[in-house]
Design a binder for this molecule. Structure first.
Ligand code: FEO
Length: 168
């Protein structure tokens, strides 16, 4: 039987990953509206990544004979004023998710739930990649500043990203 506290915390994380997916879809829409199609495509891939993160926890809860309870998703932000503001907001969101994962690991350790702890280690490593990925885009945008040619060069580069399901 699944530890009650862990089950509640993991259900909460399913919602958080789905919300991240929703937030990045909102960012995708923002980039589409600005005709920055490379950024939009990159965000679309990120939406899929977040869905993958959510479903992975969904499957784990079911594997442990827990019950998945889906909650409402909050309305995502949408009113950014520049590509830099969008990416900065995404990076901050990833840092928040990392803190949530760390809290989950702490909870698993406190509850002596070794299976949950082992499962969550995948997310610990994944968050290092997530922050690095958004951080790299943020750094590039900072480098080009107000240079439109630089922004379009980054946009072309961003278009190359494709969704590859993360390694299990
Ligand atoms: Fe699911 Fe981007 O963290």
């Amino acid at each position: 039987m699944m530890n009650k506290k862990i089950k509640k915390a993991l259900n909460n994380q399913v919602n958080a990953e789905l919300y991240a997916s929703y937030l990045y879809l909102s960012m995708c829409a923002w980039f589409e509206a600005k005709s920055l199609t490379g950024f939009a495509s990159w965000m679309r891939v990120q939406v899929q990544e977040e869905m993958f993160h959510a479903i992975k926890i969904f499957d784990y809860i079911n594997d442990r004979n827990g019950e998945v309870v889906l909650e409402a998703l909050a309305k995502p932000d949408s009113g950014w004023d520049s590509p830099m503001a969008v990416i900065e907001s995404a990076l901050k969101h990833e840092q928040k998710v990392t803190a949530m994962i760390n809290d989950l690991v702490n909870c698993a350790l406190e509850e002596r739930d070794h299976a949950a702890n082992q499962f969550l280690q995948w997310y610990v490593a994944e968050q290092v990649e997530e922050e690095a990925s958004f951080g790299a885009v943020y750094d590039r945008l900072k480098l080009v500043g107000d240079d439109s040619a630089g922004l379009f060069a980054i946009d072309l580069e961003m278009a190359k990203r494709v969704f590859v399901p993360p390694a299990p």
